[in-house]
Design a protein around this ligand. Sequence first.
Ligand SMILES: [Cu+2]
Length: 237
Amino acid sequence: MRFSLVISWAVMTPRFLLSILLAALLAPGVAAAGEIQGRVVLNSAPPAANKIAVTIDQYVCGNEKDAGDLVVTEAREIRNVVVWLESAPPGVPAAAPPTAQMDQKECVFAPRVVLVPASGTVEFLNSDRLLHNLHSAPKNNPPFNRTQPRGRTIPITFAKPEIIRVDCDLHSWMRGWVVVADHPFYALSDDKGRFRLANVPPGSHTLHFWHERLGRSSQTITVADGATPVTIELGLK
Ligand SMILES: [Cu+2]
């Protein structure tokens, strides 16, 4: 008898907890939250991609590289645009410091742009069977210049918010960017130019944009309760 009672509790408890959770989610008085569902596009026809002839380590790097500094689809959608809210809404806890990874593959930083919060860590990898080095001279964070053989992971922690360029001295075309965010409302546009910022209170917000070739800009938008689709047009300078 007692045994069956224990069993029924074991079965019922998850359901009971779920019903409490659902009631809490559906309860009136929960603060409204919007989600910015953005798309970043170029306001003109995309220029031809810059190509760079490779004259060293061709057995790994190939004969030619895309500069990679402006990746645009035929629909003019732009990848690797950093988007952030000018001011973080109050009451949202800071995300736990995560770790991002940036590999070096066929003599290209992959991904080219990574996003971490302040105090986050980037693990730099090298999948190539040759030597790379990581060279950077940030303003707010310590500089680094590290030789990186194949297979070695070099973790670097970034304490302060900053957009940081990373180069390889051995391969002049190699360029990566570490974006150290100073609040949780940062996003990076994907290969279709899309980005999302969730938990944004309805109202007026200023969005800032940074792209390595298109520079900085900003735009004020109105966020509704629920999803707010926005298309952002950026221009070549
Ligand atoms: Cu290199």
